[in-house]
Design a binder for this molecule. Structure first.
Ligand code: TRP
Length: 464
């Protein structure tokens, strides 16, 4: 029925290229840096369980919805939302949903690049055997000295932003696709090697126990909000990244099957990362709740004491930087696609402009760890006490903007867009699978997001 659009930006060469690219987007710092540290901060097993539940009942159906909208609209999220809304007889103001996504992606990339810079810096540190036989104090002091030096952070932030823009400038199949084709398989390989090492450290069972044995007394409403936000973050949902990748997806690829592969791969990487990191944490008497520095303090310590540690350590941080690289390109792709569509720029110009703007915004995060470490502007609210600009940016994007974006995407997909259109695009007939998807997106996702939000707002008010 509907005439098929094509994207002016080109298309993935195959369904597999899309799976690789979307997995490349999903698997990143979220899985390897953020998942372990927020799991450590939120007490382990119970948090992991809530996170897995959110992946299954919210993340999975929302990813299908985003890919579906993207492929249907075949433009940047802003223009896709506008076109699809008009097409189904609704207000073009839905384009603001696309805008919120562009802003969220931009803000996330601004701090993502700084943390990815840490990974780049640590490649060279481990390779230089800086951590040989280091003590726990020694490893913290190396990390803290690094954070205290805005120039080093700035340098690596700059390197990472340039790397990101180089790939984005080269376009859909020339840049993005080529990069992930060799990044993703390498990543899986290195992770498995590290898993083998973690299993042989002797604290593997304690690590597993921490990750998978739920103790519900250790989580609260804020933990649930963080777990839900992280489900969006780790799957790259709620801001149009997967939507824009979906807009380059060949018409005949199955959306449900593709989504399944991406979700499984992403979840597996996070859990394996946890299974690598926590046994090492316990084997070395380190603290699981150490915060954003967790992997940068605990792992170098472990690497410093194992045979061949310099090699394993270097491999690990290369892996982390690669994973971050294939994610960062998707954070800025919606904005770049929009500049190309609406401002008649080529990809090169668009990437440079966005890159510079994002780099500048990243300074807020760079300085959050040194010059502005004591600048905690929302201290008047109990729940934001002591949060730096970086903490606040992370909270605003991951815990607020992404779930809100996901909620709006859910509402759009089933309440605004006609049933025929979504069934047609998802192309899975009118059977149980389609009905289940529709039920989840229509009722479960919105209700879950709203309930978690209401609880979180209650929490802020009560405490504030
Ligand atoms: N999912 C990536 C990670 O886990 C980060 C990321 C890439 C992202 N694109 C996104 C997060 C879009 C939110 C939205 O590291």
């Amino acid at each position: 029925m509907a005439e098929l659009r094509t994207s002016i930006h080109g298309q993935w060469s195959s369904r597999w290229a899309f799976v690789l690219a979307a997995t490349g987007s999903a698997v990143g710092l979220g899985n390897i840096w953020k998942f372990p540290y927020i799991t450590g901060e939120n007490g382990g097993g119970a948090f992991v369980l809530v996170y897995l539940l959110c992946i299954a009942v919210i993340g999975f159906p929302i990813m299908m919805a985003e890919i579906m909208l993207g492929r249907r609209g075949r433009q940047s999220p802003i223009n896709t939302m506008y076109t699809l809304a008009i097409e189904s007889g609704h207000s073009g103001q839905w384009k603001w949903l696309g805008w919120m996504g562009v802003v969220a992606g931009f803000l996330i990339l601004s701090y993502y690049s700084v943390i990815a810079g840490w990974a780049l810096a640590y490649i060279f540190r481990t390779a230089a055997s800086t951590f040989n036989n280091v003590t726990p104090d020694g490893v913290s002091s190396i990390f803290n000295t690094f954070l205290a030096d805005p120039e080093s952070l700035l340098f690596w932030h700059t390197v990472f932003m340039v790397m990101t823009m180089l790939v984005v400038a080269r376009g859909v199949s020339g840049g993005l696709e080529k990069a992930v084709k060799f990044l993703m398989p390498g990543l899986f390989l290195i992770l498995l090697v590290l898993l083998g090492y973690a299993m042989s450290t002797g604290e593997f069972n304690r690590g597993l126990d921490f990750l998978f044995n739920p103790d519900f007394s250790r989580i609260n409403q804020e933990s649930v909000l963080i777990a839900m936000g992280h489900a969006f973050f780790t799957l790259s949902l709620g801001m149009g990244a997967i939507m824009v990748y979906g807009s380059y997806l060949p018409q005949n690829a199955s959306i449900a099957g593709t989504t399944f592969l991406i979700v499984i791969a992403d979840t597996a990487v996070a859990l394996v990362a946890g299974m690598v990191i926590f046994p090492l944490v316990f084997a070395n008497g380190l603290e699981p709740g150490a915060g954003p520095g967790l992997i940068f303090q605990t792992l170098p310590m472990a690497f410093g004491h194992m045979p061949g540690g310099a090699v394993f350590g270097t491999l690990f941080f290369i892996l982390l930087a690669f994973a971050a690289w294939s994610s960062s390109i998707s954070l800025i792709e919606p904005a770049v696609a929009w500049l190309v569509e609406n401002h008649n720029m080529d990809r090169m110009q668009a990437s440079v402009i966005m890159g510079i703007a994002c780099w500048l915004t990243g300074l807020l995060t760079v300085f959050s760890f040194n010059l502005l470490a004591d600048f905690t502007p929302l201290d008047m609210f109990e729940s934001f006490k002591g949060k730096t600009l970086f903490d606040l940016l992370d909270f605003l994007t991951a815990s607020i903007m992404l779930p809100l974006g996901g909620l709006a995407i859910a509402i759009f997909s089933v309440w605004v867009m006609g049933r025929d259109a979504s069934r047609d695009e998802l192309d899975m007939g009118d059977g149980l699978a389609y009905k289940l998807w529709r039920f989840l997106v229509r009722y479960i996702t919105p209700v879950a997001v709203i309930i978690v939000f209401l609880h979180a707002i209650g929490m802020i008010d009560l405490a504030g």
